[in-house]
Write a protein that binds this ligand. Structure first.
Ligand SMILES: [Zn+2]
Length: 371
């Protein structure tokens, strides 16, 4: 098996990075006209900065108001707008769904793609993955596209102004990266590109986890005050770049499959991706029989930043046996990344791991005097 490492062509991050968008695109040879796919709030906050930045770089641009759902119909509307504008590059700006829609459309039309997330809430911005939803919000399709973004621009001043809950959810998604990467390496699993992992991907995944431990709490304090600090910069890089490179080039394992299982339970629907992944990670550690020290470290980190470690915290305070079985079965469907664990995984073991993780999380909170 060949080793494969995949990444965006360029990653740019910092305070006021939006002002450099046009120049960074021009430096890479990305051409206009540019179609910016953005929701109402991203456009209100950044519209003037985009206009200025594109004008200086000599790029013509048009903004397409994102309809709110990364659905087939919305991708088709973006395709229409891109054709009408004669676009050569699509910029997906704002939340994950606007970015995913822009990415999917750029692929369908064979255009260049730039990712400009306004949140550090998941590791999707650097990836070549677009999630397509039904109009009512269920996951319909996960598209693994051939190319990563040509450019990723993260403006930390914008991230600092977003609700703290999104940054914390991003930490939940990022916390799983190292533990899932390690499981994949142990089992010699294929990564999202069908290749073997690299030492580079593993080193980045481990750095991601160390950065969360070091900077997670202080970055959260920074976002609560809406200020940009070196700690926030490092944490945003961990949530966005390190976690993105780690999951795509090393691979996912049980935490994300258990997340997928949890989405079957209506109680979890108000929870963000990274919040469910956080409990998924707790269950992965229980499933693996992870060392006591590791469990303590993960629970310590998660509870310090306010990530879920119990079923109640992901909206499943009264989970019944039938729903538990359904979650466990969904988590272990063929093709799920849980099968990247270095041992065979059965639904019964997952159901028990979920209950064990919940008990562990509740005991930890009780000891910490948090309930
Ligand atoms: Zn994720």
């Amino acid at each position: 098996m060949l080793s494969v490492f995949t990444s965006p062509s360029r990653y740019v991050q910092g305070r006021g990075a939006t002002a450099a968008l046009g120049a960074e695109m021009a430096a890479l040879g990305l051409e206009g006209p540019v179609l910016v796919v953005a929701g109402r709030s991203a456009e209100a906050m950044l519209g003037a900065a985009w206009a200025e930045s594109f004008r200086k770089a000599g790029l013509v641009h048009v903004v397409h108001r994102f309809g709110g759902q990364s659905s087939r119909a919305e991708i088709e509307r973006v395709n229409e707008a891109a054709r009408a504008a004669g676009a050569r590059t699509i910029v997906g700006a704002g939340g994950g769904k606007a970015v995913d829609t822009g990415r999917a459309s750029a692929h369908e039309l064979g255009l260049s793609f730039v990712s400009c997330p306004s949140l550090a809430s998941s590791d999707a911005p650097c990836s070549a993955v677009s999630v397509v939803y039904t109009e009512s919000g269920e996951v319909e399709e996960i598209r693994f596209l051939p190319r990563n973004p040509d450019l990723v621009v993260v403006d930390t001043e914008v991230v600092a102004k977003s609700p703290a809950r999104f940054l914390v959810a991003g930490m939940g998604d990022a916390a799983a990266t190292w533990f899932e990467a390690k499981a994949c390496a142990e089992s010699h699993a294929r990564n999202t590109r069908g290749g073997a992992s690299t030492r580079s991907a593993l080193a980045l995944a481990e750095l991601c986890w160390r950065t969360l431990l070091e900077d997670g709490e202080s970055a959260l304090r920074a976002v609560e005050r809406q200020v940009v600090t070196p700690s926030l910069e490092r944490l945003v890089e961990a949530n966005t770049l390190l976690s993105g490179l780690g999951f795509e080039s090393a691979g996912l394992a049980a935490a994300h499959s258990i997340h997928n299982g949890l989405t079957d339970a209506p109680g979890t629907h108000g929870r963000l991706h990274g919040e469910k992944v956080s409990f998924g990670l707790c269950a992965q550690l229980a499933l693996e029989g992870a060392p006591r020290e590791t469990v303590r470290q993960v629970l310590g980190f998660a509870t310090a930043v306010g990530l879920p470690v119990t079923l109640a915290e992901v909206g499943l305070a009264d989970l019944d046996a039938a729903m538990l079985r359904r979650i466990a079965e969904r988590s272990t469907q063929p093709g799920e990344s849980i099968h990247n664990e270095p041992f065979a995984v059965e639904p019964a073991a997952v159901a028990d791991a979920i209950l064990a993780a919940d008990a562990e999380g509740r005991a930890f909170l009780a000891r910490a005097g948090r309930r």
